[in-house]
Ligand binder design. Structure first.
Ligand SMILES: [Zn+2]
Length: 208
């Protein structure tokens, strides 16, 4: 299975300082097979991919973490121009039209806007049930439960804001080494979240 981390920020996000080269270096060190570059409302990091020599053994998927009126949405394998602040529904309509993969990042996070119960929408391909920046694990636990309830595919991502965090959290995908194969497997649920990333049973004991 391939190790993929589909939510990574570069220095072109206001809250990250890492260059694309540092991210690639760390991804290779951590033996990832694929990463997605998903800056906040920007493709600047993705544009850098074209400027540098790419390693043969790492697939890089261009994408974006777009702030919509309803919350953040990850759009993968695209560089389609979207205005920040559009309605989620409009973005999903365009995504459907251009076959852009849609993932709901950190849907129940407190510190970042998530789209919460909109994850049930048919146009949402997968839900980030494990976000590497949820240090207490409560929002992840809620996301996992909600995704199970709505029968949505759940994936795990680092949401790295520094190269050091790249691959801290990842998803295993049963796919061939191509962007299309990886994304098809995600939509088809041919994935596995390693046990060590799943939220602590602590939350279920408290009755959440
Ligand atoms: Zn993010």
């Amino acid at each position: 299975m391939l190790k993929v981390d589909l939510h990574i920020h570069t220095k072109y996000s206001f809250d990250s300082k890492s260059s694309i080269e540092e991210i690639i270096e760390k991804a290779i060190e951590r033996k990832l097979d694929a990463v997605a570059i998903t800056d906040h409302n920007s493709y600047e990091g993705c544009l850098q991919i074209k400027q540098i020599e790419l390693p043969k053994n790492l697939i890089i998927i261009p994408g974006i973490e777009l702030r919509t009126k309803e919350g953040d949405i990850l759009l993968l394998n695209t560089m389609h121009r979207f205005e920040k602040g559009l309605s989620l529904f409009k973005v999903l309509e365009v995504a459907q039209k251009f076959r852009i993969i849609t993932i709901a990042p950190h849907p129940f996070a407190i510190t970042q806007p998530g789209i919460k119960d909109f994850i049930k929408l048919e146009e949402i391909n997968a839900v980030e049930v494990i976000n590497g920046r949820d240090f207490f694990g409560r929002a992840n636990y809620k996301a996992l439960k909600a995704a199970q309830g709505y029968k949505k595919i759940g994936i795990a991502c680092s949401d790295a804001h520094s190269a050091d965090d790249v691959g801290n959290v990842y998803t295993l995908v049963e796919a061939e080494q191509s962007i299309a194969s990886i994304l098809n497997s995600i939509i088809g649920g041919k994935i596995k979240i390693p046990e060590q990333f799943l939220p602590s049973k602590f939350w279920s004991k408290l009755g959440f």
